[in-house]
Write a new protein. Structure first.
Length: 351
């Protein structure tokens, strides 16, 4: 079978395009983050536009409002949270020693006394080494986010660039969409243009829902830990659990570990009360809050959401776990409206 010059040119152009996109991968990630930010803030800007506020001014007011809220919250609870986390880190080695001793006592109680078995268990129970490994792994994951191998300065620059770019996307979204779809032939230009509002709506609602769920859980965990008796670290542990909960599936488990370590070290029934608290809150999130605030807007099977999180973490680190699921949700809109629905309509018409 002969290969035409056109096919060879098409393959060459495709390879060159892939190489170009690979070279621009950092910029593409920033663009992905900017689109998610723009979709999240779009309802605020649209509401301002309905009140006859110029779109560019609405964008500025939206960002100023977010900055004021974050700054105000940081000033109110920030010093206490930082102090509690610093105190927790100082006491962590002692807590790990207590957990190691308790575990060794349980092993002896179960009748395991052979030296080889005890040495093997001691290696597995080196919690200090496990903690150091966890810290190093977390640092690698954080640095891999956005490709931030250049340090904190590069991270700040990329975040600022994402915010500025999202502002431009918000302010000129209508013209940008028109220009983009104009490169496609009719009737695909009109079909693609019609997909942007539902895509933006679904992507924005996903992030809005995750933030709201995490805020509710952070407050609930803080109150619950104070009620149980861990008031020394309640706010810090609640903030940690709230932030980690932004990551679907794995975030709640990660956020519960510091609280459970503190609970074990305090002894008594504290561990079981804290475990019960997190189990109840996790079930409330899974069966009430997520379906109500997140699942109804994403409309994607949990398996696909899980794969999106895993793929996002693998490629982009923590940032990927946050931004890839809304992109999958947005892609689901295009797939549903441009392929699945027409396919179903055609099948029904033929039958």
């Amino acid at each position: 079978m002969s290969i035409s010059f056109r096919n060879i040119a098409l393959i060459a152009i495709t390879i060159l395009l892939i190489l170009l996109l690979w070279q621009l991968r950092s910029l593409l990630v920033i663009l992905m983050i900017s689109v998610v930010l723009a979709a999240t803030l779009a309802p605020i800007v649209d509401c301002g536009e309905k009140m006859r506020i110029p779109r560019w001014l609405g964008v500025i007011l939206a960002y100023l409002s977010i900055i004021l809220i974050i700054t105000g919250g940081g000033l109110v609870i920030g010093p206490t949270v930082i102090a509690q986390i610093e105190r927790l880190l100082q006491k962590l080695p002692g807590y790990l020693d207590i957990i190691t001793n308790l575990t060794q006592s349980l092993i002896i109680r179960f009748g395991i006394t052979e030296p080889q078995a005890l040495n093997l268990i001691d290696q597995w129970l080196d919690l200090q080494a496990l903690a150091s490994w966890a810290v190093r792994s977390s640092q690698k994951v954080i640095l891999s986010s956005l490709g931030l191998t250049r340090g904190i300065v590069g991270a700040i620059f990329n975040i600022l660039l994402s915010i500025i770019l999202s502002g431009y996307l918000l302010a000129g979204s209508k013209k940008l969409i028109k220009d983009f779809v104009s490169i496609f032939p009719s009737p695909w230009d009109a079909k693609l243009e019609a997909q942007f509002p539902p895509m933006s709506d679904r992507m924005g609602k996903y992030i809005q829902g995750r933030i709201l769920v995490s805020l509710i859980l952070g407050v609930a965990i803080t109150i619950g830990l104070k009620f149980i008796g861990i008031s020394e670290f309640a706010l810090g542990l609640g903030v940690i659990a709230g932030f980690t909960n932004l990551i679907p599936f794995f975030g709640p488990v990660i956020g519960s570990i510091p609280a459970l370590i503190v609970a074990i070290a305090q002894g008594g029934l504290t561990f079981w009360w804290v475990l019960l608290l997190f189990v109840i809150i996790q079930n409330v999130e899974t069966y009430v809050l997520d379906p109500l605030l997140v699942g109804s807007s994403v409309e994607i099977e949990p398996l696909y959401q899980l794969l999106a999180v895993l793929g996002g973490v693998q490629v982009l680190g923590i940032i990927g776990a946050l931004i890839v699921p809304p992109w999958v949700a947005g892609a689901g809109v295009v797939l549903e409206n441009l392929y699945l629905k027409p396919k179903l309509t055609k099948e029904n018409a033929s039958s």
